[in-house]
Write a protein that binds this ligand. Structure first.
Ligand SMILES: Cc1cc2nc3c(=O)[nH]c(=O)nc-3n(C[C@H](O)[C@H](O)[C@H](O)COP(=O)(O)OP(=O)(O)OC[C@H]3O[C@@H](n4cnc5c(N)ncnc54)[C@H](O)[C@@H]3O)c2cc1C
Ligand SMILES: NC(=O)c1ccc[n+]([C@@H]2O[C@H](COP(=O)([O-])OP(=O)(O)OC[C@H]3O[C@@H](n4cnc5c(N)ncnc54)[C@H](OP(=O)(O)O)[C@@H]3O)[C@@H](O)[C@H]2O)c1
Length: 280
C-alpha cells in the first residue's frame, strides 16, 4: 500500500496555455532529499474515475540545495485525448493540495569514472521541450556547489516562447563571464525546430531540432564543437539527454559512429559516455 505525502501548490507560473511551472511545498515544510536529475511522483484523485488516484512522474527542475519548494516544468497533454493528471493539474489553483511520493531515479550527474577517478569530463546536456527540467536542476546544483567542470546546456523547442528558463540559464552564463571560466564554466544555447512559423520571426539562433547542434557541415566542426572550441571525443565529454525517444535516437545517430556508448549499454569495464531519460 502506497502512502502519499501532502503538499500545497504554492506557485503557478503559466508560461503558455499548455506549459507551466509549478512549485510544491510539503505541508510539513520538509522538502525531501533528492539528487539533481531525479523525479518526483505526484498524484490527484480523478473524479471522472470514482476518485481513483492518478500518479505521474515529473523531473524536478529545482536544485537539491533549495529547501523551500520542489519546482516542476510541465506540459498539459491534450492530444489525442486530454491527459488525466495534467488536465487536473492545469485546472488547479495556488493553495490546492496535491499528493506526492518521494523523489527517485538514476538520471543523476556522474561523479566517478569506471576506474574510480573523479569524472571531470565536459558535461553536455541536451533537453527537448520539458526535457529541459532535469538540466535546470543540474545547472543550479553545479553552480551552487562551485563545480569546475565545463557545462553546456542545449534546449530544443518548437517555438521561441517555449524557451522557458532562458533568463535563468542566460544569467548562469553571464556568471561565467563575471567569475571567470576557471571558476564557473557554463554555456547555454537553444534550437528552434519550426523557424518558419510567424511567432518565431525574431529567432536568429540555431534552426532545427536540438540534435542539429551535433551535425557538422562539410565534414568540418559541428555548431557544438565551434561553441566549445575543440573536437568532442568520448574521452573529453559526457552527454546527458532528456526528451522524446526521437531526440535521444537523433543524438545517438551522431555519437555512435564516434564510439560513444550509453550507460544502459556500458562496456565490460563499466565505462560509458551517455546517460539519457526518455519520455517513452
Ligand atoms: C521519469 C519521468 C519524468 C517525467 N518528467 C516530466 C516533466 O518534467 N514534465 C512533463 O511535462 N512531463 C514529464 N513526464 C511525463 C509525465 O509523467 C506524464 O506521462 C505526462 O504528464 C502525461 O500524464 P497525463 O496523466 O496527463 O496523461 P495520460 O492520461 O497518462 O495520457 C498519456 C497519453 O495517452 C493519451 N491518452 C489518454 N487517454 C487515452 C485513451 N483513452 N486512448 C488513447 N490515448 C489516450 C494522452 O493523450 C496522452 O498522449 C515524465 C515522465 C517520466 C517517466
Ligand atoms: N522524463 C520524461 O519522461 C519526460 C520529461 C518531460 C516531459 N515528458 C513528456 O513529454 C511530452 C512532450 O514533451 P514536450 O511537450 O516538452 O515536447 P515538445 O515541446 O512537443 O517538443 C520539444 C522538441 O522536440 C521535438 N520533437 C517532437 N517530437 C519529436 C520526435 N519524435 N523526435 C525528435 N524530436 C521531436 C520538437 O520538434 P518539432 O517542432 O519538429 O515537433 C521540439 O523541437 C509530454 O507529454 C511530457 O509529459 C516526459
Amino acid at each position: 500500500m502506497v502512502t502519499d505525502n501532502k503538499a500545497v501548490i504554492s506557485f503557478i507560473q503559466v508560461l503558455k496555455e499548455d506549459l507551466s511551472i509549478f512549485r510544491l511545498e510539503p505541508v510539513d515544510k520538509v522538502v525531501p532529499e533528492y539528487k539533481a536529475g531525479q523525479f518526483i511522483t505526484i498524484g490527484l484523485e480523478n473524479p471522472a474515475e470514482n476518485n481513483k488516484m492518478v500518479r505521474r512522474a515529473y523531473s524536478i527542475a529545482s536544485n537539491p540545495e533549495n529547501r523551500k519548494y520542489i519546482e516542476l516544468y510541465i506540459r498539459w497533454v491534450r492530444k489525442p485525448l486530454p491527459g488525466r493528471l495534467t488536465t487536473m493539474l492545469f485546472n488547479a489553483k495556488s493553495g490546492d493540495e496535491i499528493n506526492w511520493l518521494k523523489p527517485t531515479g538514476a538520471f543523476t550527474i556522474n561523479e566517478k569514472l569506471a576506474n574510480g577517478e573523479k569524472d571531470s569530463r565536459r558535461i553536455i546536456c541536451i533537453g527537448g521541450g520539458t526535457g529541459l527540467a532535469p538540466f535546470v536542476s543540474y545547472a543550479k546544483h553545479l553552480h551552487e556547489t562551485s563545480d569546475k567542470r565545463e557545462i553546456v546546456v542545449l534546449h530544443g523547442a518548437s517555438y521561441v516562447d517555449e524557451l522557458s528558463y532562458r533568463d535563468v540559464l542566460t544569467d548562469l552564463e553571464y556568471k561565467s563571464i563575471d567569475k571567470g571560466r576557471d571558476k564557473w564554466n557554463f554555456k547555454y544555447r537553444a534550437a528552434i525546430s519550426r523557424p518558419q512559423e510567424h511567432t518565431n520571426r525574431s529567432w536568429s539562433g540555431q534552426n532545427g531540432r536540438v540534435e542539429t547542434f551535433l551535425r557538422s557541415t562539410d565534414g568540418d566542426k559541428s555548431p557544438l564543437e565551434l561553441l566549445v572550441g575543440e573536437k568532442i571525443t568520448k574521452e573529453n565529454t559526457i552527454f546527458y539527454i532528456c526528451g522524446w525517444q526521437g531526440t535521444i535516437d537523433g543524438v545517438m545517430d551522431f555519437l555512435k559512429p564516434k564510439g560513444f556508448v550509453t550507460e544502459r549499454e556500458k562496456r565490460e569495464d563499466g565505462s560509458f559516455e551517455v546517460k539519457y531519460e526518455s519520455y517513452g
